[in-house]
Write a protein that binds this ligand. Structure first.
Ligand code: ATP
Ligand code: MG
Ligand code: MG
Ligand code: MG
Length: 563
């Protein structure tokens, strides 16, 4: 391709909203343009990069035995209502109606559509296992679209879904995708870590994210150098919860009662409190007792049992009368309060947000005011969801964790029966029994890979493409196009390399050499071949974008070197 003909409107000044290198460079190097917030147009160079990434992804998915299909971006509302996600997605989903007022959305992801396909067309264990995928445009009305194509509202995802007869089968399908993902990111020249991710409330078993390490990453990764443990922030939050063992601050004496039973407790309810108490519980004689001031009893029993890691039978709730008494007192313990060595908690959904509460041992005048979960409080049975911090103990080996930032480029997830149950995707096993299909889902953001690759491969002059996803491999720069010898040799080289199947650009524009070199650096083409004065002796200069120094080569040596 000739630069004189290529549609490549490079930019000098980019809008201030471009904050990070990949966003700035994709605009400057004319890879893309913004159409609307979070919606982008890909120009020829950007499109070529995307195509390369797409081909790598496709090759590795096919190699892993997955089969490509193509779904529509438009999804009928009924499918998402069946799974309950029509509401779960909330404002992140683009919703629309057709002329007959039927509801649709622009698919943010396609679990329901794939599950629907399989429930209709797969009936027998003989048709399983099966992994199918698509490379297709997704729509998410992100709360905060930013960083260019890194977090956009329209993006291309490779989403794959596996269908197995049992959990062992899912493990096999999952591992195949895991390996395929490693190969994809390796081939794209990315440095990444795989971290454990939260599986959420809906019964998923295993979830891993592929994080490209980068200081502009929006995700936080906690990792342990000692044992190799790595998790995203949400997962690490849950995992370190039981290992918090921070020093208490010096005790501040306040009046506290010596209580062992609910009755005693209630009789002390004139104690001054930091804030209105919603729930109180304490442990005694292997029983967990609770004084509930608000909330649904049944729900709270379950909540407390979970919280304290005891069975529901071990949770006793105060009777209605006590509850009333406590409520009307309008004062009380702004727990949690420890009794002897045990810990007493506020049992309420508000626990994660508990700030400035009172804690202490069951000893008169031996309590702390203004205590915050995590910061000051040894929370050995607390379902604490404070954020992981630098130096928290690794849940595997106890060494201090370190924090890093990452860009989530891929996510693989053992869904289990979440969608097959919701949509009734069942198969008949060898014995004629109907069973739910066991599913996994696997996503990769293609545009995000392009941006992440730039984040990891650039300098102050521009992009430094890894060869595998570079828009072109070689750029030939004749220093002076009005010099016949230089121009002819450059053109000859251009023909020869093109014929050899090398993707080559020639900068045939009548511009100063310095301008052309700057553009070549900005575009990040991995190999630059300069045809200058020594063209007369059939000598050219080859420079790798990644390296400082060029080398001189005889014309005849170029092809061998480049190939
Ligand atoms: P994030 O945590 O960054 O919001 P996600 O967890 O919501 O991403 P998934 O639902 O796991 O994303 O989608 C699979 C992949 O799609 C992600 O790993 C990422 O590579 C890509 N992706 C998700 N949202 C976007 C977006 N707004 N713009 C570009 N790529 C995205
Ligand atoms: Mg998201
Ligand atoms: Mg995520
Ligand atoms: Mg994800």
């Amino acid at each position: 391709m000739r630069l004189s003909q290529l549609f490549i409107p490079t930019m000098r000044e980019v809008p201030a909203e471009a904050e990070i290198p990949s966003h700035i460079l994709m605009l400057k190097a004319a890879m893309m343009r913004k159409l609307a917030s979070g919606v982008y147009i890909y120009l020829p160079l950007g499109k070529r990069v995307l195509k390369k990434i797409e081909e790598i992804v496709r090759e590795e998915m096919d190699r892993a035995g997955a089969q490509e299909v193509l779904m529509s971006a438009i999804i009928p509302a009924e499918l998402l209502k069946e799974s309950g996600r029509w509401d779960v997605f909330g404002p992140e989903m683009f919703k629309l109606k057709d002329r007959n007022d039927r509801e649709f959305c622009l698919g943010p992801t396609h679990e329901e559509v794939f599950t629907d396909l399989i429930r209709n067309d797969v009936k027998s264990y003989r048709q399983l296992p099966l992994t199918i995928y698509q490379i297709q445009t997704k729509y998410r009305d992100e709360r905060r679209p930013r960083f260019g194509v890194m977090r956009s509202r329209e993006f291309i995802m490779k989403d794959a879904y596996s269908f197995d007869v049992d959990w062992d089968g899912l493990d096999v399908s999952f591992d195949k995708m895991y390996d395929a993902y490693c190969r994809i990111f390796d081939r794209c020249g990315l440095k990444y870590t795989v971290v454990e991710a939260d599986t959420g409330a809906m019964g998923g078993k295993d979830s891993k994210e592929f994080m490209v390490t980068s200081n502009v990453g929006e995700a936080v990764i906690a990792y342990c150098d000692n044992c190799g443990y790595a998790a995203n922030e949400e997962k690490a939050e849950c995992t370190v919860q039981n290992t918090i063992d921070e020093e208490m601050r010096p005790l501040e004496k306040i009046y506290t009662p010596d209580v062992k039973t609910i009755d005693e407790l209630v009789s002390h309810l004139d104690v001054e409190a930091e804030r209105f108490v919603k729930t109180l519980i304490y442990k005694y004689k292997n029983k967990v007792a609770a004084v509930l001031i608000r909330g649904d009893r049944e729900v709270n029993i379950v909540k407390l049992a979970n919280l304290l890691n005891v069975s529901e039978n071990d949770v006793e709730l105060a009777d209605e009368e006590t509850v009333k008494k406590v409520t009307s007192a309008n004062v009380g313990f702004a727990g949690p309060i420890g009794l002897k060595d045990d810990v007493m908690l506020i049992a309420d959904a508000e626990i994660p947000a508990m700030r400035n509460v009172i804690v202490g041992a069951n000893e008169t005048d031996y309590h702390l005011k203004n205590v915050n979960y995590g910061r000051d409080f040894k929370a050995d049975v607390v379902s604490d969801v404070r954020k992981v911090v630098d130096g928290d103990k690794c849940p595997k080996c106890g060494s201090p964790l370190k924090l890093d930032r990452g860009i989530e480029v891929g996510h693989i997830f053992k869904l289990g029966t979440k969608y097959s149950d919701a949509l009734g995707a069942n198969y008949i096993d060898e014995n004629g029994n109907e069973k739910p299909i066991i599913m996994g889902c696997y996503g990769i953001g293609l545009n995000r890979i392009a941006a992440a690759a730039i984040e990891q491969n650039h300098d102050d002059k521009g992009i430094i493409w890894p060869m595998s996803i570079a828009p072109y491999h070689v750029i030939i720069v004749p220093v002076n196009v009005s010099n016949d010898v230089q121009r002819d040799l450059a053109e000859k080289l251009y023909d020869e390399l093109s014929k050899a199947g090398i993707e080559v650009l020639i900068d045939d524009r009548d511009l100063r050499a310095g301008v052309k070199f700057n553009d070549a650096d900005l575009l990040g083409i991995p190999i630059r071949i300069t045809v200058g004065k020594k063209a007369e002796d059939n000598i050219v200069e080859l420079k790798l974008r990644r390296e400082e120094k060029p080398i001189e080569l005889k014309y005849d040596e170029v092809l061998g070197k480049v190939k």
